[in-house]
Design a protein around this ligand. Structure first.
Ligand code: PGA
Length: 243
């Protein structure tokens, strides 16, 4: 594992964006695994800035997002489809057909999961997977539990996750209770994983994920098994890993 701890958010955003830009320079056809949540927003902002300056192009890239809420139409304000358009897709040169998110309101969710996995496989898997980490150790929406799934699946969101995400909705009641998420197998098959964490509230779980036992109760702990894991944290999230 390569761990980088940055003094400022600006440095973290620049380092993460530079890593993705370098991947795209090395391999313009890269398949990128993308994440939503507040953590990667600064990285996306930086990438948009770099794109506007002519420093990075997504023209030949393909993207797969980790997850989507079940039941929200794509054009809902808080769908992850809308999030990605707002923060990245509409500002860069990614062709429309090259971006993928699970369809949260698919008529047949089980088929949608199979379709998503098949599509990732057809693209020859993910080159660079961006991840945030939930306070409970989830990655994507793989919530802690007695078991984890390998492929894309429907998941009941943990109450803690719904509460954490309620800040984006008018009330807790409006936060969907289910999501479609890629499974741990899809994530672990990515050739490189970039885990991002920022803020003091992530320090404890980041330490458990990276230094604690590997357990389905902390899904991010499975990342310890990955041969090419890069972790970028700000000094607050990385506080307990400094020693
Ligand atoms: P956050 O969410 O980036 O909004 O903290 C991370 C996650 O839940 O995976």
């Amino acid at each position: 594992m390569n761990l980088f701890i940055y003094e400022s958010n600006e440095q973290l955003n620049a380092a993460a964006a530079n890593l993705m830009a370098a991947e795209l320079q090395r391999n313009p056809k890269a398949v990128l695994g993308l994440a939503t949540g507040s953590t990667p927003i600064g990285m996306y902002e930086k990438l948009v800035e770099m794109h506007r300056a002519g420093l990075v192009s997504f023209r030949e890239a393909t993207t797969y997002n980790l997850d989507e809420y079940v039941g929200l139409p794509r054009d809902h304000e808080e769908s992850y489809y809308t999030f990605m358009n707002r923060h990245l897709f509409r500002h860069v040169d990614l062709p429309e057909g090259s971006t993928h998110l699970p369809l949260g309101n698919a008529e047949n969710p089980a088929d949608e999961c199979l379709r998503y996995d098949a599509s990732i496989e057809q693209a020859n898997g993910i080159d660079l997977q961006i991840l945030g980490i939930g306070h409970n150790g989830h990655v994507g929406f793989n919530e802690p539990g007695d078991e984890l799934h390998s492929g894309t699946h429907i998941v009941q969101l943990a109450e803690e996750t719904r509460k954490a995400n309620a800040r984006f909705f008018a009330s807790l009641d409006e936060v969907p209770s289910e999501a479609i998420t890629v499974g741990m197998g899809v994530i672990l098959k990515a050739r490189t994983i970039l885990l991002l964490a920022r803020g003091a509230d992530k320090a404890e779980i980041l330490k458990r994920a990276l230094r604690g036992p590997i357990t389905t109760q902390v899904p991010a702990s499975l990342l310890q098994l990955h041969p090419n894991l890069i972790v970028m944290a700000d000094s607050e999230a990385g506080r307990l890993l400094q020693a």
